[in-house]
Design a protein. Sequence first.
Length: 330
Amino acid sequence: MDSVDLNVLKSVLAWRRAGQSVNLVTVIETWGSAPRPPGALLAIRGDGQIVGSVSGGCVEDDLIERCRNAPLLDRPQVVSYGVTTEEAARFGLPCGGALKLVQEPVTDTAWVEDILGRAERHELALRSVDIETGRVTIGPASRADKTAFDGRVLKVIYGPLWRMLIIGAGQLSRYLAEMAQALDYQVIVCDPREEYRADWNVPGAELVTGMPDDVVVQLNLDAHSAVVAVTHDPKLDDMALLEALKSPAFYVGALGSRVNTAKRKARLKEFDLSDAEIDRLHGPIGLRIGSRTPPEIAVSILAEVTAVKNRFPLAKVSDKATGNFEAQAG
C-alpha cells in the first residue's frame, strides 16, 4: 500500500463523516500494460469528486458516471475494462491492457478507521471482502501476503510493505529518511552515538539507539528490506553490513569512494561472509548523477534502491558524464 492509497482511505473516512455517499474501487487484476497494480484504490464521492486512481485516468470518467447516475450499490460488484481490443482502445488503455476492478459502497467506516490506525502503528493489515455479502473483516498480514481475488473473496494488503534501515543519524540521513518515507518505506534510523541523536527530528522515522549489528538482527530483515549505511565510521557501518549481507534484504549499500569500498570489502572478507554475500554490497552507493549536496546524494541513493527494488538494470555511465560523486562520498 502506498501513500496515495492511504490518502484515499483518509478521504473516504472524511467524506462519510460529512454524510457523503462513497464508492471505493480496487484493482484486483491487470493484463498488458495496465498502469496501476492490484490493490490500487480510487474513491468516488456521490457528486463525482474522486481521490486516487485505478488506471492513470483511462477509465475514471466512466466510473464516475456509473456512480453519479446510479443509486449506491447494496453490495460489491466486479467491473471489467479492456477485455477486447476495441474496448481497450475506447478507454485508452495502453497496449491492449485490461483491468478487473471491485466497486463497493462504503457504509460502515469502522474497517477504514481500523486500517488507518494500523498504518499509523506501521502494522500490516489484511482486509477481506466477501463480494456476495459485502462483509468486511480485518486481520494481521505478513509481507509474504499479496492482493488476491478468488472470484468471491477479495483480499488486499494495507500497510508499509517496504522497510529501510539507515545506519547513522547525520545530515544525509535526514534527507534519506524524509525521501524514503515519501516513497512509502517504513524508516528506521540506527545510531548509538548520542551527539548525533541529540537534535534528530524527522517525523515518522523511528530512531533506535542500539548497536547496528544487534538492530539488524532484531529487525529480522526480509526481502522487502533495505539497509543503507552512511556513518563513514567502519566500526558502525561494517557491523551493520556483517549481518545485513547475510539477510534476505533486497538492498545493502554503504557510502564511500571506490577506494574505501575496496578496503571495506577486504575487511569483510576477514569475517564469516562468503564471496557471494560480499558481492551483494552496493558501493560506491547511489547512481552517479553528479551529486554534490546531501539532498542530491540522497536522491542518487534512493534512485539506485528503487532500481534494485524494481529489478531494473543499473545504468553504467562515465565519470565525465556524471561528475565526481565519489569525492563527496569520501
